[in-house]
Write a new protein. Structure first.
Lengths: 285, 404
């Protein structure tokens, strides 16, 4: 079998003459990602889907990227398909803004994050979630590795497993487990409870990340010996105290722990979450 | 939380009497126990005493139903008689006919809202949801002139299972375009399973948090604890078959039953006692020169139906015990409805603690009767309430003003 043409930077360069300094950036399960400098757009990400254009997941991801407009989401410059020489089918690509900076994971690795930064983080996340809600979408993969930090602001990446609420699932609905990242996905997502997954699923992940930012440790996964162990801890959901030396500790803990409730019906809706957050956020200094 | 009456055999006179006492009220009518003429006459009578009605279509499990009371109604015949087949769910025209029949019955009943039929749910799976949606979509077309409440008739098995299943149910119900829900929980009369009760509390609270109306049918005094979910009303009736829901009642012809014994409800102990038990206790206490006044209902309940027994030793009958039960639950529902969640939870919890303490006192005085005693369900109630408070307390506290 010949090598995939999009794995060869020279061939990619020929197809995209406006992009300089092309370098292979990441090879993921579904996509090959290049970084480069576009003559008009500046630094960009060029993503090639590994599956062919008939894959409905590709159409979904492109449709989502085209619909979502928010200052904390990378800009989609273009999307399309191209035919490489001697390659049997067309390859679908996305040309997106490159978010310079570091992942939230790396940012957190330098120590716990201040309350003021977390306040801003939550504001950004809730604002993005409002746009997702307007578009009937759930990200389903919010985690520190999918959030970039640039100049003190936060950007959400990777809508690869986002779910469009109300539309037919294009993942295997009979699968006993849904796509997820252990430690950040709530139980309904791991369990593939498609009728339960909604905005509260993303709110759960945001609360986990926020507590992790503030305390420097995961709120409920404690030295898991493997994925089964981590899953068990997610099921048990023994959430640690926030333990901040701040007057806002109790309010913030009640808020975050409610968002991390195991049962989605025990979590507030996005609208309720924002109203609740607004009640005490100014104390997060 | 309001107390509604659940219509059943022999309820006609009770409903009229209680609504006169209360200056109004709501009854959930049962086509199983009434023909069209009775429905029409009762609803006319009730209007003059500020009575309101709802009509439960009782289409919980059509296929196996051979209940004669229901089969005399057109809509039930349409769906459940010999014509029954699941194809009707996919036949828009037939479904509209069925709903037109139901609309006619609702008009006769002068109902305030429509209770949209719902199929018994043992598992919130696609096929069940499809049937619910078929009903709700037809309701959208035919039931245009009143509010709509979706029926959630839930199996005991489902209520006794994993909380995730309840979440699925809430997840599905969230997407239904209705004004509220009519919850029909299958279970024992006085349920001993704490999980069953915790799940019911969780389900009702989950539905209330959608800021919709929720009515729980086939309820009894154990369900007074639902006050802490912000439920709008619970509905109870006279005989046990309308104080708890059992599907069997709708699968088999009504039994003529054996001899029925009147039970006196003691609101303080949340327990019921047979006349013979009370008589025995009276004799025992007499020996010690004591009365049984501590079993008498507190005047705050404003129920005097059983006073002749306590004051003059006059035997009580069914009519008195039923009306006493309704009056006590009516007052208890009122007492449990508080301005804040914390106050409500606290008074609901106190009700349980008081019942336990009162029963301990009764035991020390040698009053023992296991059957229908709170001592059988006390642990289940307390555990369920503790689970509920832990899981939902924060949200209930915050959103109480919006949901009640």
């Amino acid at each position: 079998m010949p090598p995939k043409p999009y794995l060869d930077p020279e061939k990619v360069q020929q197809q995209f003459p406006d992009i300089r300094k092309l370098e292979l950036f990441d090879v993921g399960g579904q996509k090959i990602v290049y970084k480069g400098v576009h003559s008009d757009l500046g630094t960009i990400m060029l993503k090639f889907f590994k599956t062919n254009e008939a894959d409905p997941r590709i159409a979904r991801e492109i449709a989502i990227a085209e619909r979502l407009k928010h200052k904390n989401l990378p800009i989609l410059y273009s999307a399309g398909s191209i035919q490489f020489d001697n390659f049997e089918s067309k390859v679908v690509y996305l040309l997106e803004e490159y978010i310079e900076g570091e992942t939230l994971r790396a940012f957190m690795g330098r120590g716990s994050v201040s309350l003021a930064t977390c306040k801003y983080f939550l504001e950004v996340m809730f604002s993005v979630l409002q746009v997702l809600q307007e578009n009937s979408l759930v990200h389903r993969d919010l985690k520190p590795d999918n959030i970039m930090v640039r100049d003190g602001s936060f950007f959400i990446l990777d809508f690869g497993i986002a779910r469009e609420l109300g539309s037919e699932s294009i993942t295997d609905t009979s699968a006993s487990m849904g796509p997820h990242t252990l430690g950040y996905a709530p139980w309904e997502q791991i369990n593939n409870e498609k009728d339960v997954i909604g905005e509260k699923t993303d709110l759960f992940s945001i609360a986990v990340i926020c507590q992790e930012m503030l305390t420097g440790e995961h709120p409920f996964i404690v030295s898991a010996s493997g994925s089964i162990d981590a899953m068990q801890q997610t099921r048990n959901l023994q959430i640690k105290s926030l333990g901040l030396a701040s007057s806002v500790n109790d309010q913030l803990e009640e808020f975050l722990h409610s968002l991390m409730s195991k049962l989605p019906s025990s979590r507030p809706t996005l609208q309720q979450t924002i109203e609740w957050f607004n009640e005490f956020k100014e104390q997060m200094i | 939380m309001k107390l509604y009456l659940q219509f059943g055999y022999g309820m006609m006179a009770h409903v009229k009497h209680m609504f006169k006492q209360w200056g109004g009220g709501t009854v959930i009518l049962s086509p199983r126990d009434m023909d069209e003429d009775q429905i029409s006459r009762l609803s006319n009578d009730l209007k003059s005493i500020n009575g309101q009605t709802l009509l439960d279509p009782q289409l919980y499990k059509p296929k196996s139903s051979d209940h004669h009371g229901l089969l005399k109604h057109d809509y039930f015949q349409e769906f459940c008689g010999d014509n029954y087949c699941t194809n009707i769910l996919a036949d828009g025209y037939k479904m509209e006919e069925l709903f037109e029949s139901l609309k006619h019955l609702n008009n006769l009943a002068k109902s305030d809202s429509y209770i949209v039929p719902g199929i018994y749910c043992d598992e919130p799976i696609d096929i069940w949801n499809m049937s619910q949606k078929a009903f709700l979509q037809t309701a959208e077309k035919v039931f245009l002139d009143k509010r709509k409440l979706a029926t959630l008739c839930i199996s005991s098995n489902l209520l006794s299972g994993k909380p995730e299943k309840i979440e699925q149910l809430i997840g599905l119900a969230t997407k239904w375009d209705v004004d509220g829900f009519y919850v029909v929980p299958e279970g024992n009369y006085l349920e001993k399973n704490p999980i069953w009760f915790a799940n019911l509390l969780s389900l009702v609270a989950g539905l209330k948090l959608l800021e919709k109306e929720v009515i729980v049918g086939y309820a009894n005094h154990q369900m007074l604890a639902l006050a802490c979910t912000g439920v709008d009303a619970i509905a109870t009736g006279s005989w046990l078959n309308v104080r708890h829901f059992s599907l069997e009642r709708f699968e088999e012809p009504a039994s003529t039953g054996g001899r029925k014994v009147p039970w006196y409800y003691c609101p303080c102990s949340q327990s019921e006692y047979k006349l013979a038990t009370l008589d025995a206790f009276k004799r025992l206490r007499k020996v010690d020169g004591e009365s049984i006044d501590n079993l008498k209902t507190d005047s705050s309940m404003n129920s005097h139906y059983i006073d002749p027994y306590f004051e003059n030793d006059i035997e009580f009958k069914e009519q008195a015990v039923f009306r006493h039960y309704f009056q006590c639950l009516y007052k208890q529902s009122e007492i449990l409805s508080r301005e804040t969640y914390s106050d409500t939870f606290s008074v609901v919890y106190s009700l349980q603690e008081n019942a336990e303490e009162t029963i301990d006192v009764f035991h020390s005085q040698k009053l023992r009767q296991k059957e229908r005693s709170y001592e059988n369900i006390g642990e289940a109630c307390m555990s369920a309430l503790n689970i509920f408070h832990q899981e939902k307390g924060t949200l209930m506290k915050r959103y109480w003003p919006k949901i009640r």
